[in-house]
Each structure stands twice: as C-alpha cells, then as structure tokens.
Ligand binder design. Sequence first.
Ligand SMILES: O=P(O)(O)OC[C@@]1(O)O[C@H](CO)[C@@H](O)[C@@H]1O
Ligand SMILES: [Mn+2]
Length: 448
Amino acid sequence: MEVEGMLAPLSLSAKFEGSFAYLTVRDRLPTILTKVIDTIHRNKDNFFKDYGEEGVQAEKRAISFLSKMRNEMQTDKPVLILTDNAEDTETWNKYMQRQQDMMEDGEPVSWFKSPWLYMECYMYRRIREALYLSPPMDTFDVFKEGKTESFFESQRAIISVCTYLQELITNMENMSEVQLQEHFFKLLQVSLWGNKCDLSISAGQDNSQKSNPIDSLPDLQRFILVNDSIKVWSSLIAGKGCGSSGMKRGRVDIVLDNAGFELITDLVLADFLVSAGLAKQIRFHGKSFPWFVSDVTKQDFEWTIMQTMASNHKWMSASGAQWKHFMKDGTWSYHDHAFWTSPHEFCDMPADAADLYAMLQDSDLILFKGDLNYRKLTGDRMWEHTVRFNRALRGFQAAPLCSIRTLKANVQVGLKSGHAEQLGREDADWMTNGKYAVIQFSSPSKEH
Ligand SMILES: O=P(O)(O)OC[C@@]1(O)O[C@H](CO)[C@@H](O)[C@@H]1O
Ligand SMILES: [Mn+2]
C-alpha cells in the first residue's frame, strides 16, 4: 500500500533522549504500572471474597509478573515473547520478529531502543498477559475504577450535553440544512475536546470535564489547527444520497477512544447523526481488553449506556434510553477486533487484518477518535509538519475518514508552511500538552 518511491520517516522512539517518547517510557509508563500493581493489591480482599485462597494466589502471581515487567522496562531489557496462547499471541510475536529484523547491528528489541508506539502498546498487552496467566483474575479490568470515577466526576458536563441534544432533537423538524450543519459542527467539536479527558496522558490522575462543554467552544476555536469539518459534512451528505441509489447505506463507523466524558460526547454525536437523518447505521469500534488506561471496552460501553439511562436527570436518562433502543434495533452496533489492540500502524491493516479493512470499506465515513488513533494513522513517525495527511496515511484509504484528536504526541502533519514554527515559538509543548487539536479529513478519491 506504500506510495512508490517515498520512504517513510523514522518512528518516534525513546532512543531519542529527552523526547516526549523518552519521557513517557522513563516516567509515565512505570507510574501507570505502579498504579496497576497498587489497584490489584487494594482489591486483594475482594479476590479472597470471590475466589478464596485461589484469588489471593492469583493476586500474588499477577503482581509478580507486573513487577518483573516494570523492572525490565526500567533497565531497558530485551522485550520478551508472549506466552499466553491467546488469540493474538502469534501476531504479537511475529510483530516482534519484524521489529527485530529492523534493529541495527542485530541489537535486541528493547524498551528504550525500539519504536515508542510498539513499546507502549506492548506494555498494555503484557498487563493483559499477566492477568491472563493468573486465573481467576483473567477478566479483572485494572483500569475500571479510574474510568468509573471519570464518568461520575463529569456528571454536570454530561447533563449539559445530553440536555443540548434533547432540545436539539425536539426542534429538529423545523431546522434548515444550514442550522443542522451548525449543530453538527458544534457536536463534532464537543467530541473533539472530549479527547482531552484521557487518563493515559495524566498517568491515571483525574482528568474529567468540569466546565460546560458547549459554552467553552468559542474560546477553544483558535486552538483547532486544522478544521476540515466542512469536508466531513459533505461526505455525510454524499453518503445519505448514495443510500437511495443502493451503493452505500449511510454508514458511519466511529473508532472509539476513551471512556468517561469522551464516550458520552461520541454517543451524543452518533445520536445526532441518526436523528438528523445523516446516518442510518453507526458502528462503534472498541477495544477487546483494557488499553491505554481509559480506552473503551465492551463492558465500558454497555455500562455507560446503563448508567446514563439510570440517571435521575430527565434529559440524561432520556438519552440513555434512546441509546439502548438504538443498540437493540441494530441502528447502533458495537464491534471489537484484535487489530485495535495490536501495535500495527493502520497502513498494515489490509495485509494484517483484511476482514476489518473490508468491513471499513463499506463505510461512508470513519471517525477516528483520539491521539493514539492519529499516531497509528500516521505511523507515529517524524513527518515534516507540511506533509499532506493523505501522504502520511501511506495508502490506508478504506473509506472517507476523519481524525478527531487533541495533540498529545510529537506527530502532526497537514499544516501550512510556517505554522509549526510559529506554534513552537508561542508554546514549546504545543504537540504534547493536549491544548491544540485537529479535525483532519481524507478521502480515497483524492490523489496522494
Ligand atoms: O489516544 P488518547 O487517549 O487520546 O491518548 C493516549 C495517550 O495520551 O497516551 C500516550 C501517553 O501515554 C500519548 O502519547 C497518547 O496521546
Ligand atoms: Mn485513549
């Protein structure tokens, strides 16, 4: 799928001392691991209550696996193959071989020498392995507490977006296309800024939404570096038209990122798309095991809808009830695939997850939420900032797609000449502090 004659730039890596990748592997990842160990330890009594002595042994075993990994990471030991014989174990081990083949002078793949994207994903897969090898703890979500807290701490913001949605739906019939478009732009931005609330960048510290998200939009506008909303709108309108001619069916795929407030903003956006007739079907894609601290799993997805329904706020519970209904009648569906919890760049998808690629190809629009998805779309590489987004996708063109992301890693393409330099002068951390954002669109019909 790679465009001929153009090599991809180097991967971001902790081998570049002082870089954000380096600081993440040196500081943030061990902090996250320590919190994971602490969470498991704090739940010891519960494991005993549920499983007796077997539960206590499992707790010890999991903690010992995780402490060992923390030590390997901090002393830059070679990365180990996975031994848990899960559905994706072989793929992961093959990927390690691929990385090994790319190492200079046959040096072993290791935490501080290999691509950051790979090593960070690998840490979450190893957490999974530690639990998998410690039954009956294999289904325990070490990040559940944090995700639940972040949901409850964003209650007021959740109520305000649900109220906004319900008022919008009540008045929708009399709205012109221009008015609908305006509301779409607003909800897309609410979903964009929802991405500030991830728990990986804050190493698990509270990062919930406190202010009214709709009121904050005008002040935040100037932090959106690229805003392709109008192109996203056009592709929705085009998808709608195709439905009647029997081509595509008004399908929108949302590749989810974080649970908590961000997930609510995605559900509100999805509800709006269906209620306004801009989409007939929404497919949500989540993770098949706990990932990057706050990412959505099936359990989180279902829990969030149930909690929203159970609220004693009228508009919040009405939203939850509507979402449950969408799930029940198939208008909405939830999917997971091992590829989303793999270390692959998305340009690998046609070769490494052909079934998922084929599924995405019948979408009218794919919305990729969050920073990690942007890193995987662009391969987490040191692209020049002026390189076009289409080029950085390196052939990943399943369908029209849009990345909605606050910047939390040193990769950003598609900027005008001079823009990155200006940002660098104003704010040295512009690429990693989550203050800036992009809504970046790419369509397969455009040349690379
Ligand atoms: O994908 P998300 O939730 O927007 O961000 C996840 C993330 O915060 O985790 C890493 C830090 O550990 C960052 O590089 C990355 O941006
Ligand atoms: Mn995330």
